[in-house]
Write a protein that binds this ligand. Structure first.
Ligand code: FES
Length: 146
């Protein structure tokens, strides 16, 4: 008559291996989540990076509205009366050009991200970063960024 052997070393080894795999899996989870949450990528130099750049005439827009200067990839907005701001018009999500400014919000047509015209912050994703504000001034009625 034999008695069953206590837990065999092979079984303990297997259990340790499973536990270790669990630790690695748990440790890897935040990295995977970060990669997914980022949803943004570097989209290269922006208007004005190489010095002052004239993007066009100061638009006649109402408060809360704006205009996209497609060639320069700049959006100029008027958050309050006679206060104008310029932002990089390339969406930080995947680089599409924003195409509309309405009721205080800059909109991206590609996946629906929206940005506050007051500070460029994200109002609605999937973008997780806001639009970078560009230094701007008005010279002889022309918008100059950089
Ligand atoms: S590029 Fe995806 S929301 Fe703008």
């Amino acid at each position: 008559m034999s008695t069953p052997a206590p837990s065999s070393p092979d079984r303990r080894t297997v259990l340790r291996g499973v536990a270790a795999a669990g630790v690695v899996g748990a440790a890897g989870l935040p990295l995977a989540a970060c990669a997914t949450e980022a949803g943004s990528k570097e989209i290269g130099p922006k208007a004005g990076d190489k010095g002052p750049e004239t993007v066009g005439k100061l638009p006649e827009i109402s408060v809360g509205a704006g205009k996209v200067f497609k060639d320069s990839k700049v959006v100029v907005v008027q958050p309050s009366k006679d206060v104008y701001k310029a932002y990089d018009a390339r969406c930080p999500h995947q680089g599409c050009l924003v195409d509309e400014v309405k009721q205080g919000v800059v909109k991206c047509p590609c996946h629906g991200s929206q940005f506050d015209i007051n500070d460029g912050s994200v109002v609605r994703g999937p973008a997780v970063q806001g639009l970078p504000e560009l230094p701007m001034k008005v010279v002889d009625g022309e918008v100059v960024v950089g």
